[in-house]
Design a protein around this ligand. Structure first.
Ligand SMILES: CC(C)(COP(=O)(O)OP(=O)(O)OC[C@H]1O[C@@H](n2cnc3c(N)ncnc32)[C@H](O)[C@@H]1OP(=O)(O)O)[C@@H](O)C(=O)NCCC(=O)NCCS
Length: 180
């Protein structure tokens, strides 16, 4: 029988830019497990490039949930470049308080799904952030994931395809702190 572990049984650790060499492989492994059904997709295969890109940001922020020594989920992002935020072209007029955290990636190993781990980790990543807003992208063909993010306080403000080979994403925005 599957052990009935919950998000509360995991240890969440925080990491920053300087930690990238130490956590890089864990992020790649969890991502490969979380996307196991779509790793033939070339865009998913480029994930290590994205890890280095985001992890290379001096203000990179990452949380990883561990079951003992095993990393089972992660969430990461970094402050958005002013005026280049993913929401910018979709909201007119722009909110007065517009400092934005780009919530770039979230993944939970399949074995650990449906226990609130994604929610707990996202809250851990976003709590105490100095920004006013958090923005994320979710594949428009994944409406259940979009609904999950709506239940946390995000709302869809537009759509974008950041790279020619990437999916079309819903742009989702939330005010910080997230509602309780
Ligand atoms: C998204 C994720 C972090 C949520 O984890 P969780 O809180 O444990 O929630 P679940 O896994 O139950 O997912 C919530 C819903 O989204 C659906 N879903 C999750 N990943 C999906 C995917 N890649 N494609 C389509 N649907 C997906 C689930 O089937 C579930 O639907 P349900 O509510 O009808 O059962 C986790 O499912 C995951 O790592 N997915 C793969 C990676 C991913 O899609 N990351 C998000 C990028 S924006």
């Amino acid at each position: 029988m599957e052990p009935s572990l919950s998000a509360a049984d995991l240890v969440v650790r925080r990491f920053a830019h300087k930690d990238l060499p130490q956590i890089r492989q864990a992020l790649i492994d969890v991502h490969a497990d979380a996307h196991a059904d779509s790793m033939d997709d070339e865009f998913n295969q480029r994930f290590p490039w994205f890890v280095d890109h985001w992890g290379g940001h001096p203000e990179f922020a990452c949380v990883i949930a561990f079951d003992g020594e095993e990393p089972v989920a992660f969430a990461y992002g970094a402050p958005a470049n002013p005026n280049r935020e993913w929401w910018r072209e979709h909201i007119e007029p722009a909110p007065e308080k517009d400092r934005t955290f780009s919530f770039s990636e979230l993944a939970v190993r399949t074995k650990w799904r449906k226990r609130g781990v994604a929610h707990a980790l996202s809250r851990a990543l976003l709590e105490d952030r100095p920004e006013d807003l958090a923005v994320l992208l979710v594949d428009v063909t994944h409406p259940r994931v979009q609904a999950l993010y709506e239940s946390w306080g995000f709302r869809k403000v537009g759509e974008r395809r950041p790279f020619p080979d990437s999916p079309v994403y819903a742009v989702m925005l939330a005010e910080l702190p997230l509602p309780r």
